[in-house]
Structures are given as C-alpha cells and as structure tokens.
Design a protein around this ligand. Structure first.
Ligand SMILES: [Zn+2]
Ligand SMILES: [Zn+2]
Length: 127
C-alpha cells in the first residue's frame, strides 16, 4: 500500500481514538472536534455543518496546500511591494540630491559671474 495513504490513515478521532478520522469540518462556527470519525458522523455532531462544510479527510491536504500557497503568495507580493517602495524612495532621494546639487551649482556660478563683473568694473574705474 502507498506510504502517503497510510500516513493519512493515521489521523485518529480525538473522541474515538480507536477510529480513523475520515472527515473534517471547515465551518467557521464549529465548536466540535474538527477532524472526526464515522462514529461522530453517526452521532450527527456536524449534522448542521455537513452539507457544504464537511469534506473527506483526503481533501484536507489539498485545502491546506492551497491555503499555504495563498499566504506564500501574499508574502511574495508584500516583498515586491516593499522593494518597489524602496526603489521609488531611492529615485526620490537621488532626484532631490540632483536638484539640490544643481541649485548649488547655479548659485555658485552666479556668485562667480557677479565677482567677475565687480572685478571688471573696478578695472574700468581704475583706468
Ligand atoms: Zn462542524
Ligand atoms: Zn469520533
């Protein structure tokens, strides 16, 4: 027999430890043992939840894989968003630095031109 199948069969019902759990209940307001056996089912413990919320135990794995995949995707998305934010912040900072350097250069140039004009004016007056 398949090893994985055997592991799945090892799920035991909490209330009936001699029984293998073969159903699970995903109802949000279920207060019963979520993973349960045929005995529980016969006692109609999840009777109100049965139709849409109770599934076979062998579908639990797939459900959990899908759920964990979703949360992995969420983490991946958040990381990408964080990287993009950091990147645009970097652009913003380098843009600001560029502008402030540009502004300083312009200021320095205009001071230089003013000084030259003063100098030439002096020379003119001295003659
Ligand atoms: Zn239930
Ligand atoms: Zn049970």
């Amino acid at each position: 027999m398949n090893q994985k199948f055997q592991q799945k069969k090892d799920f035991k019902c909490k209330e009936h430890p001699q029984e293998s759990a073969i159903f699970w209940c995903k109802s949000a307001d279920c207060h019963e043992n979520r993973i349960f056996c045929i005995q529980c089912q016969k006692l109609q413990k999840h009777y109100k939840h049965f139709n849409e919320d109770v599934d076979e135990i062998n579908k639990l794995n797939q459900f959990l894989i899908t759920k964990s995949q979703n949360s992995k995707d969420l983490i991946k998305d958040s990381k990408i968003q964080l990287q993009q934010t950091a990147l645009s912040l970097q652009y913003l900072i380098s843009g600001l630095q560029f502008h402030s350097v540009d502004w300083k250069t312009k200021q320095m140039n205009s001071t230089l031109i003013n000084n030259q004009q003063h100098l030439s004016l002096r020379f003119y007056l001295m003659r």
